[in-house]
Write a new protein. Structure first.
Lengths: 512, 338
């Protein structure tokens, strides 16, 4: 069993004191920057890249990888406590996580997220260990038509994610799609809504939009509400989730792990789509979907597990094919280049110690993160006891600095302010920002993939149905869109609904 | 594998790197205006010299900037942080750096395609002008290679010419060398083709590996591992002369098609540097590119050194820009058509 020998050698590499130390440093930094909204793993790795010049390649990548998956743990914390998602992949966590925090159950939410993240991460590493070469090809079968179909399905799922009025969710999603059209047209170079501003030439960056709509919008809204009794969530003692919480989350964690692992392999946006799909799946499965958005623990467990699993499995295309799946992976690619190693299909055979060393370091890194996060959750939730008058300006300041660091751009800071105002108004008028942000992320993927596909198919849409994966996705799309309507009509025929019985209608609509 | 000598070098690099990282953070916190004091030759430099890169960290331009920054930091004795300011193919970074004081503390890495090709695809007021900057030194050349998927069955240009039906070729985006090189080649060789633009080199390469498009043109450094693994077949290089790393692959010029397209990179500064400061900067760039570490870096990344003076860069790029414009007019190619 030569491969098992390689796995064992990989553990020997990880257990070298230097590598263990760098792994620890990586996950600690990752967790901390995950907590700071805006400053994401990509920016951190870019800043710390020069530090890795002096160490062995495997040590460097172990640390950088630690930053990446450590940030996935940390990112949850601000989503839950402050309603500030730092990454697209933790946007849906905001919905139920923050609701739980408002009920004084922040500890439960964070504890379940940490456990779920650990399980999701570990499942994905096991998958990475045994399935990497087999599933790598999956990424290659995903061409523009498949992405177009996937994005279409994702946008449909967006409408199921909102918990308020369906029409308002659709309006918000439509605005998100429109915002995604800003920027230089990637196919013709034509300017679209850029107003001759070079900062808009590449379109609007996702992070300032999310930070403004969720974070700053929330702060502004809370300021207005200050006259009402301040409600610091009483005691936050239950950091370790109760047995009941774990039992309720078990299914969500299992489904999230599998979903996250497979969607994470896809280059581009895998983790975001994974967390959304996990949330939508949980909401669909729930006996009472109306709990979602009001503090359903599965709504935290599912997406948090899925995004960690996806973060881990996104290493598969890089390490087995030499294809970076997202911005952070592109930096890892650069880090390896600087070390004189070109990631490519031969990496596993030419540098087995690197491949297995990095993979096995993730087992250890995940254990370290779980051990750290449980006590740290107790520390972080204290943030909620800080008076709003102090917390609000500090959060706003950190948000602004975070926005600046993404791209060293003052323009992005202005965007946060603008979207903060929009977020405040949306909240005031009962619109949820979630559908807007998610449709915004998926809109550009849909547009470019659709146009690329049509170029490949000579402008004929039939091509989408001749390819197995895109055809399957489109069939799923039709089923998801049509089935609830059919069911609604049938139910209504079977037992006519009294005009006053609105809850039933709500439930049907929500299960779309 | 690591010799003691190399290890010492690396450790030193690490210390410098740490300084640079710290300086980068300080700079970020202060809005990047550190060390703006009037610089006069003898005292130059007294603070960090920032190199702005108009692309995200991790790409070719970025790694080149970091390699040069390392050598310059050693020679100048100050930190040389690299700051990424991606946007509009690098035009955002260029506009920003051109507006900074010409005191030698603000440099940038310039990509030739931004000057020579992008203007053919974007509106006039967006096109940038090399005259806005003082070019200090040319660095290297990064060649484009036309690759095909094994499933396509193409092994050389003749196979491509003999193919029936329209060939879908992937490009790395609108207004890039990849698009221009293929558009001109297909027209000159009378091959029926349609461009499919991707966002950058990596997705275009992935699309060929997965046989989503039959051919594409990407930079050699990106394609080499996939070529070595047999996942893609190299058909043609667009360099003026044979690339030293692809000795068996013919160039387009050899095959009789006049499309020399490569990506060149150079160091530039805001217009109007004091002469002594300029001389000191050029001296430090020369010192940086003379180091073994830098030369090894070029080899590892398959960059061909093209170390010419700033004046030569300006002349060469201006001529290339004119040539490309003439070619697109002659063959009636509109890069903004996608």
């Amino acid at each position: 069993m030569e491969s098992l020998q390689n796995v064992a050698d990989g553990f020997a590499v990880v257990l070298e004191p230097t590598n263990l130390l760098y792994c620890l440093v990586g996950v600690v930094i990752g967790m901390l920057i995950g907590v700071l909204p805006g400053l994401g793993p990509a920016a951190t790795i870019a800043i710390l890249l020069p530090l890795t010049y002096g160490v062995e390649p495997v040590t460097a990548i172990i640390m950088l990888a630690g930053i990446f998956y450590g940030a996935q743990y940390g990112g949850t914390i601000t989503s839950v406590l402050l309603r500030l998602p730092g990454e697209a992949s933790s946007v849906v966590t905001v919905l139920d996580g923050h609701a739980l925090a408002r009920q004084g159950k922040a500890g439960t939410a964070l504890g379940v997220a940490a456990v779920g993240s650990f399980i999701g991460g570990t499942v994905a590493i096991v998958g990475l260990t045994f399935l990497a070469p087999v599933v790598a090809g999956f990424a290659l079968d995903f061409g523009p038509p498949e992405y177009a179909a996937l994005a279409l399905l994702g946008i449909l799922l967006v409408s199921t994610i909102a918990s308020g009025a369906k029409v308002k969710a659709l309006i918000a999603a439509a605005i998100g799609l429109l915002l995604a059209t800003v920027g230089r047209d990637a196919f013709t170079g034509a300017e679209r809504f850029t107003f001759d501003n070079l900062s808009l030439a590449d379109g609007i960056d996702f992070v300032p939009v999310a930070m403004g709509l969720f974070g700053l919008g929330e702060i502004l809204y809370n300021l207005e509400e200050r006259h009402r009794a301040v409600h610091p969530p009483g005691k936050v003692t239950n950091v370790w989730p109760s047995r009941k919480d774990l039992k309720e989350s078990a299914g969500a964690v299992t489904r999230g792990s599998v979903l996250g692992f497979f969607l994470g392999i896809l280059p581009g946006g895998g983790a975001t789509i994974a967390s959304m799909a996990a949330y939508a799946a949980e909401k669909k499965r729930a006996k009472d979907p109306s709990r979602f958005g009001k503090g359903a623990i599965e709504g935290v467990a599912g997406p948090e597990t899925a995004n960690n699993a996806a973060a881990t499995s996104s290493f598969i295309p890089l390490l087995t094919l030499g294809i970076p799946a997202n911005a952070t992976m592109a930096l890892m690619f650069g880090a390896l280049l600087i070390q004189g190693i070109t990631p490519g299909p031969q990496l596993v055979t030419e540098h087995p110690e690197l491949f297995w060393g990095v993979v096995n370091s993730m087992y250890i890194g995940n254990v370290l993160l779980l051990i750290m996060s449980i006590p740290l959750v107790g520390v972080f939730v204290r943030i909620l006891r800080v008076r709003a008058a102090i917390l609000a300006p500090v959060t706003a300041l950190i948000t602004m600095i975070g926005a600046y660091t993404i791209n060293n751009s003052v323009f992005d800071v202005l965007l946060v302010v603008v979207f903060g105002a929009v977020g405040y108004l949306m909240k005031k008028f009962g619109f949820e920002p979630g559908p807007l942000v998610l449709a915004f992320v998926l809109g550009s993927l849909l547009e470019s993939s659709l146009r690329r596909s049509l170029l490949m198919f000579d402008g004929s849409a039939v091509g989408f149905f001749t390819r197995p994966i895109s055809a399957t996705l489109l069939v799923v799309f039709v089923l998801v869109a049509v089935l609830p309507l059919v069911r609604a009509v049938r139910d209504r025929r079977a037992n006519p609904v009294p005009a006053s019985d609105t809850p039933v209608i709500n439930r049907e609509e929500e299960s779309v | 594998m690591t010799t003691p000598a190399r290890r010492t070098l690396r450790t030193r690099r690490a210390v410098l790197g740490a300084t640079a990282a710290f300086a980068a953070m300080t700079l970020a916190a202060c809005g990047g205006n550190v060390g703006g004091a009037a610089a006069e030759g003898a005292d130059f430099p007294t603070g960090p010299v920032t190199i702005t890169v108009g692309a995200d960290a991790g790409g070719s331009t970025d790694v080149i900037a970091r390699a040069v920054a390392e050598g310059m930091a050693e020679d100048l004795g100050v930190a040389v942080p690299v700051v990424n300011r991606a946007g509009a193919n690098g035009a955002v970074a260029m506009e920003e750096v051109a507006g900074k004081p010409a005191d030698g503390y603000e440099l940038m890495i310039l990509n030739a395609s931004l000057i020579t090709i992008t203007p053919l695809a974007v509106s006039e007021d967006e096109a940038v002008d090399i005259a806005d900057l003082d070019v200090l030194k040319g660095l290297s050349q990064d060649d484009y290679v036309l690759i095909a998927s094994p499933e396509s069955g193409f092994e050389n240009l003749d196979d491509l010419k003999a193919a029936s039906g329209e060939i879908k070729y992937g490009t790395t985006g609108v207004g890039t060398g990849s698009q221009l090189a293929q558009a001109v080649l297909f027209k000159q060789a009378e091959i029926d083709g349609a461009a499919v633009p991707f966002d950058s080199g990596s997705p275009a390469l992935t699309a060929v590996v997965g046989d989503q498009v039959q051919v594409a043109t990407v930079q050699l450094g990106e394609a080499k591992p996939q070529i070595d693994a047999g996942n893609v077949v190299p058909l043609l290089a667009f360099s003026a002369e044979r690339n030293q790393f692809l000795p068996d692959v013919p160039t387009a010029v050899e095959e009789g098609y006049d499309v020399p397209v490569s990506q060149y990179r150079a160091v530039a500064a805001p217009k109007g540097l004091p002469e002594d400061v300029k001389a000191r900067l050029i001296e430090s760039i020369d010192a940086a590119i003379a180091t073994d570490a830098y030369q090894e870096f070029n080899k590892n990344n398959l960059f061909t050194p093209h170390e010419i003076s700033g004046e030569e860069v300006t002349t060469e790029w201006t001529e290339l820009g004119e040539k490309y414009q003439a070619l697109t007019e002659e063959y009636d190619i509109n890069l903004a058509d996608g």
